[in-house]
Design a protein around this ligand. Structure first.
Ligand SMILES: *[C@@H]1O[C@H](CO)[C@@H](O)[C@H](O)[C@H]1NC(C)=O
Ligand SMILES: *[C@@H]1O[C@H](CO)[C@@H](O)[C@H](O)[C@H]1NC(C)=O
Length: 417
């Protein structure tokens, strides 16, 4: 593996191939404006709490246990119904009509292969392929995002398998399986770069655990570069962009990483949330807006293409199961070790319960983030829809007026000063 990719990189350095590289979207010239299709092909308890509540089993906390602790046919039926209904062609049409140009589609490794002893149920892949077809019809570009890797790269439920410590990085078999899946994805969409211009080889690896993650991850990113940028498995370079997540490291950590002239077609992905710490949920509305505006200086100074691939106008962690099924919220003090800031009433759930001042704030905070993230190469909000957490929903934002039908139509263009 290592031999193969260094050979490809050496070729990349000597051949003029990099000069003819034409991505499927003019990154760096036009802004990425997009939304994630969260909770569809990878279940997330907070996005679809009913799917978990309906099991009547509190030990079901993620897609792994959803498949493990239920009869196969029961679980399969629920999953198939969900895949068929959560995102349909009309969602893709609505996303395009909202002036967006990209969708990011999370998918788990188990859509491609399931190892011995792994309970995952398959069937997601045709839905990904359908969505790509629809995206093509409506002129949207797709980022295929590997959201869950064997062993879990972060232990979050959104990796498919909630666990106290990730194990992807400590097992070469896990990593090799992930390499093979990236090759499969790259081959699947090779030649369709206009519809699938970007492959993201791993979502949110837990870089904060240290070199035990960062060392294998860096090698994996280099191998993925070969697998994504050379999707024909020859020395022929393709036009697909590799989008790497910053692994929760500061952008400065990555200075000089996979940069020209030895590399081309790499984009950095950073995720910005203001709800996952006590300090975050204690901020005032004005402080949230200022924090968004203050990201501009670092976002505008990076040596790769850079997108904010996940962010949200939410300012509390009140959405049911946001921190995991059965786990409470920092905001109302029900999360272990947290301190009460305020009641969750009125901050989550249906927009019909939101005050008009909250909705005005959501618009301001949304605009402050869009303005700021367009100092980089663009953004993809998390997420298109959620069953019962409208503050996180692009669809609800459009319906209730805190997200404009045209994302360039700002009411507060000077909110960052
Ligand atoms: C490594 O992961 C594979 C699955 O990817 C598993 O079959 C194997 O038992 C793991 N090895 C160790 C030492 O944990
Ligand atoms: C680029 O590749 C060449 C040839 O392999 C190598 O000598 C050089 O150090 C590389 N440059 C960087 C910045 O890594």
């Amino acid at each position: 593996m290592y031999f193969v990719h260094t050979t490809l990189l050496a070729l990349a350095a000597v051949l003029p191939a990099a000069l003819s590289f034409t991505p499927g979207f003019p990154y760096g010239t036009q802004k990425v404006r997009g939304v994630n299709l969260g909770g569809w092909l990878v279940l997330e308890p907070w996005i679809t709490p009913s799917i978990f509540d309906n099991t009547g089993d509190s030990s079901i906390v993620d897609e792994w246990t959803f498949c493990q602790y239920q009869d196969y046919n029961t679980a399969l039926g629920v999953l198939q119904n969900h895949w068929n209904t959560w995102i349909t062609e009309s969602d893709i049409a609505a996303i395009a009509a909202a002036g967006l140009n990209h969708i990011r589609i999370p998918i788990g490794y188990w859509a491609f292969e399931v190892g011995p002893g792994e309970p995952y149920i398959q069937g997601q892949l045709p839905y990904l392929q359908n969505a790509v077809q629809w995206a093509s019809t409506y002129g949207l570009h797709v980022i295929v995002d590997l959201h869950g890797a064997p062993g879990s790269q972060n232990g979050y439920d959104n990796s498919g398998h909630r666990m106290s410590y990730p194990t992807w990085q400590s097992n070469q078999t896990n990593i090799q399986r992930t390499d093979d899946i990236i090759k499969t994805i790259a081959s699947m969409f090779a030649g369709q770069e206009n519809v699938v211009p970007i492959i993201a080889p791993l979502n949110e690896p837990a870089g904060y655990i240290g070199s035990s993650m960062m060392d294998p991850l860096q090698q994996y990113y280099l191998d993925s570069y070969g697998n994504i940028r050379y999707p024909y498995r020859t020395s022929q370079q393709g036009n697909t962009v590799e989008m790497i997540h910053d692994a929760f490291q500061p952008l400065s950590y990555w200075n000089g990483w996979e940069t020209p002239p030895n590399f081309s077609g790499v984009m950095m992905d950073t995720h910005i949330y203001q709800v996952f710490s006590d300090a975050d949920v204690e901020m005032t509305e004005q402080q949230h807006i200022s924090a968004a505006c203050q990201t501009q200086s670092t976002l505008s100074n990076f040596d790769l293409w850079l997108a904010v691939g996940e962010w949200s106008p939410a300012i509390t962690d009140c959405a049911t199961y946001l921190n995991g099924r059965g786990i409470g919220a920092r905001y109302d003090g029900t999360y272990p070790g947290s301190t009460y800031v305020g009641s969750c009433n009125g901050w989550t759930g249906s927009a019909s319960t939101f005050s008009s001042s909250y909705k005005t704030f959501l618009r301001q905070f949304w605009e402050a983030q869009v303005i700021s993230y367009e100092k980089a190469d663009g953004w993809l909000m998390w997420t298109w829809k959620a069953e019962n957490a409208d503050e996180w929903s692009y669809q609800a934002g459009l319906a209730n007026g805190w997200i404009p039908q045209d994302p360039t139509n700002l009411e507060y263009p000077t909110i960052c000063g």
